[in-house]
Ligand binder design. Structure first.
Ligand SMILES: NC(=O)c1ccc[n+]([C@@H]2O[C@H](COP(=O)([O-])OP(=O)(O)OC[C@H]3O[C@@H](n4cnc5c(N)ncnc54)[C@H](O)[C@@H]3O)[C@@H](O)[C@H]2O)c1
Length: 354
């Protein structure tokens, strides 16, 4: 019987993984800790309760909130201010105190409990200038990486863990990378097994998508409820591309990592859908129109947004090999799942997603 602490456990990834794990391992104790800062995270509390998951209203910025009666065996650190625009035109205090200082409190909790820890990091640790200046091929619907370009850590599969980290990466990316460095030092100094997953875009039901985070939910929600959207930057044509990964595929990987921790111990993985599970905004629109049967107005905005990228594709070869894991859900499945979730919860989600 294992006790798992999921910080940010009422959030998108945390709550989905908690339910995924508890459904498979009813005998385990799953504790979800969250300060409910993310609008909409309160809606997940009912789901957690229905699955006999314990909820603690706590804040990782506060060490006292990370003390428990039971020994914690595994920590999944999913709490964060996850917006890439966080700290822009505002104080970075909350961002730094949560994503860095709060993460250190979680590592301390791991040290005191001798627990294993999986840290959810981000592809945003890779510098934006190096990625946004890569030569690209432009097709009717998307940008593509030029296969003729040879740069360390880049191939036609996308960005691997060897990509150079020199350069600016946003405050969000910097807090995550700093936390990664501290996590690895904790692992080395205190013998705490740790796995770091640098995730690309994660999508699926229960993501409370907003303009600056959760773009695929935002796109489906606008098509569902009506309203307008914008193709921001890169000539306003919606050709910017991201790979995406269904939260169930990520949950399946987290489960494998918990069960076979030794394989990934003290390693960093790029985790994402890869080229096969990628979409441009323009392609996302076409799929949303197909799924919803609706067409909405999308306004072009020529000017690029701060630190935005024309393309990001995860090269997940390392994690594919180590865990024999590949994403199963394709882009259309992911958007359909989001659509069905919104449809089933249209009244409670209206004020949050609309
Ligand atoms: N969603 C993505 O596309 C994506 C991509 C790459 C990495 N990540 C990382 O994955 C993790 C999970 O992201 P998510 O999409 O579930 O985000 P989310 O915003 O849905 O969930 C994060 C949760 O953390 C909680 N939280 C924020 N500050 C807290 C604090 N100080 N103390 C306790 N709880 C706090 C929020 O209320 C929220 O419920 C984050 O670390 C994020 O950086 C997410």
């Amino acid at each position: 019987m294992t006790t798992i602490l999921i910080t940010g456990g009422a959030g998108f990834v945390g709550s989905n993984f908690a339910i995924y794990h508890k459904t498979k391992h009813a005998e385990d104790t799953v504790i979800c800790l969250d300060n409910l800062k993310r609008r909409g995270s309160e809606l997940t509390l009912k789901r957690l309760k229905e699955h006999s998951i314990l909820f603690v209203h706590g804040d990782i910025r506060n060490k006292e909130d990370l003390k428990f009666d039971k020994k914690i065996d595994v920590i999944i650190e999913c709490s964060a201010e996850p917006s890439v625009l966080a700290g822009l035109n505002e104080s970075p205090e909350y961002l730094i105190n949560t994503n860095l200082m709060g993460a250190i409190n979680c590592f301390e909790c791991a040290r005191l409990n001798k627990s294993k820890i999986i840290f959810l990091s981000t592809s945003r640790v890779y510098p934006y200038d190096s990625i946004s200046t890569l030569p690209l091929i432009e097709t009717e619907t998307r940008f593509k990486l030029d296969p003729k370009v040879h740069i360390q850590g880049l191939s036609d599969k996308g960005v691997s863990e060897d990509f150079d980290l020199k350069g600016f990466r946003t405050l969000y990316g910097a807090t995550k990378l700093s936390a990664e460095y501290l996590a690895l030092e904790y692992a080395q100094t205190y013998n705490i097994p740790i796995i770091i997953n640098r995730c690309g875009v994660i999508a699926g039901p229960w993501q409370m998508g907003k303009v600056d985070q959760g773009v695929f939910t935002l796109w489906v929600a606008r098509h569902y409820y009506g309203g307008t959207l914008q193709y921001i930057g890169f000539n306003g044509e919606g050709k910017q591309v991201r790979d995406l990964m269904h939260v169930d595929d990520l949950s399946r990987l987290l489960e494998m990592q918990i069960e076979n921790f030794e394989i990934g111990k003290n390693k960093i993985y790029n985790v994402g859908g890869g080229t096969k599970v990628s979409l441009s905004l323009k392609e996302t629109t076409l799929l949303c129109e197909k799924i919803s049967g609706k067409k909405i107005k999308i306004n072009p905005v020529k000017e690029n947004r701060f630190a935005d990228l024309p393309i990001y594709i995860t090269d997940a070869t390392k994690v594919n090999k180590d865990y024999n894991w590949t994403p199963e859900k394709m882009p259309e499945d992911i958007l359909k799942d989001i659509y069905e979730w919104i449809d089933a919860n249209k009244d409670s989600l209206r004020g949050i997603l609309n």
